[in-house]
Design a protein around this ligand. Structure first.
Ligand code: HEM
Ligand code: HEM
Length: 339
């Protein structure tokens, strides 16, 4: 009988797990195993290498100090681990830097979704006064001053007569970013590997679904798809939700979009403290409790918070292997750093 009971309980556990997996399969999608295609931008090895060089090149900023990697450090989860980023002239920007990892799967970019895709997004920071403070003309002059870059643009956009353009700069970066994807234990579990999640992670997943987190944080990135008021049920304090940043309102200028933000993508969330667009919360457990209260009006107990936090840990993926690129040397005609 002992053996029969054991066999039965294993069978029940297997059935429960299969049921959880079916529910999860409706809400989430595993990462694809290959680099995804992006709109209007065929991805080639040459373009990926060019985009990588641009991503790491601080000479794309006016001061020669800031590269994309300054604020999206691929050694620390693709962000800068600061409440808000520090950019040109030591200025503090208004928001926390989100990770670039898996950003290709977001429906739109930025906390307020104001850029449709990564190519549109990449043109922002280069010109933002508090980030890289550069101009498209100066970026193009900088690139044209280095023959190696001109060669790389030709190889990446072979059908174009004059490939060194700001559009192509952005497309190459987009191609590189599309390779920054991080398969996680949660993907292995979604794909059928029962042992990929621990018991507490599975409990956390169940709570994440049952409590209602998954209704906003779904899809491939467990977020990055829809827009919701931050403080849907109860507004968090002004430390977490500063009054001056009205989120999507600045994009749509519609009253209903005040304090509306994109449901944040949650892959690698354990690596990207501090949390929220304000970067005001350093502890992931606290961020989970803030979400439960503000978005769901739920008061989770400590065990529930632990389990959900453990589940979020299963979204930490294998980091892309990054070999630091050797960049083209500057020449006498390379514009000199300013500011
Ligand atoms: C947002 C890439 C430079 C700080 C983003 C996002 C991407 C990205 C893909 C959106 C991610 C998401 O919405 O989930 C890049 C690239 C750069 C670059 C390719 C170089 C061309 C920088 C620099 C800084 C910075 C130098 C800091 C000085 C930020 C911040 C946000 C952001 C604060 C959020 C802004 C908002 O939502 O309004 N970046 N970034 N980025 N990045 Fe960058
Ligand atoms: C942000 C988890 C429920 C919408 C976040 C963040 C976490 C999180 C950890 C911070 C992301 C970051 O800093 O990068 C959870 C959990 C939930 C839950 C565990 C369930 C207890 C919801 C629900 C909604 C929602 C139900 C929609 C009604 C958002 C939005 C943000 C966000 C809009 C961005 C907030 C900001 O602008 O800073 N979530 N979430 N979340 N979540 Fe949730």
């Amino acid at each position: 009988t002992g053996l029969a009971t054991l066999t039965l309980s294993i069978a029940c556990a297997a059935a429960a797990q299969q049921e959880l997996r079916e529910v999860a399969a409706d809400l989430f999608r595993p990462l694809p195993s290959t680099v995804p295609a992006v709109n209007d931008n065929p991805i080639t090895p040459a373009k990926i290498d060019l985009g990588k060089a641009l991503f790491f090149d601080p000479r794309m900023s006016a001061s020669g100090v800031f590269s994309c990697n300054s604020c999206h450090n691929l050694a620390t989860g693709g962000d800068d681990n600061m409440p808000v980023s520090i950019g040109h002239g030591w200025q503090k920007g208004p928001r926390n830097s989100p990770t670039v990892l898996n950003s290709v799967f977001n429906d739109a970019q930025f906390w307020d979704g104001r850029a449709a895709d990564l190519a549109e997004q990449a043109k922002g920071p280069v010109q933002a006064g508090v980030e890289m403070a550069n101009t498209p003309d100066n970026v193009i002059a900088t690139l044209n001053s280095m023959p190696q870059y001109v060669e790389w643009f030709k190889a990446s956009f072979p059908d174009e007569d004059d490939p060194v353009t700001f559009d192509n700069f952005a497309k190459a970066i987009e191609a590189y970013e599309a390779t920054l994807i991080t398969p996680a234990p949660f993907d292995a579990w979604l794909n059928g590997d029962d042992a990929a999640l621990s018991d507490i992670e599975k409990t956390g997943l169940e709570l994440f679904v049952d409590a209602g987190c998954a209704s906003c944080h779904g899809g491939v990135n467990l977020g990055g798809e829809g827009y919701y008021p931050f403080g849907l049920v109860e507004k968090p304090g002004a430390d977490v939700l500063p009054e001056g940043d009205k989120g999507r309102f600045a994009v749509t200028e519609t009253a209903i979009d005040e304090y509306v933000f994109r449901a944040a993508p949650l892959r690698n969330i354990a690596l990207t403290a501090p949390y929220f667009h304000s970067g005001a919360v350093w502890d992931l457990r606290t961020a989970v409790a803030v979400m439960a209260e503000s978005q769901l009006g739920a008061d989770l107990d400590e065990d529930e918070i632990d389990a959900i936090t453990a589940f979020l840990g299963s979204l930490t993926g294998e980091m892309p292997e990054v070999v630091y690129p050797v960049l083209p040397p500057e020449t006498a005609s390379t514009p000199q750093p300013t500011g």
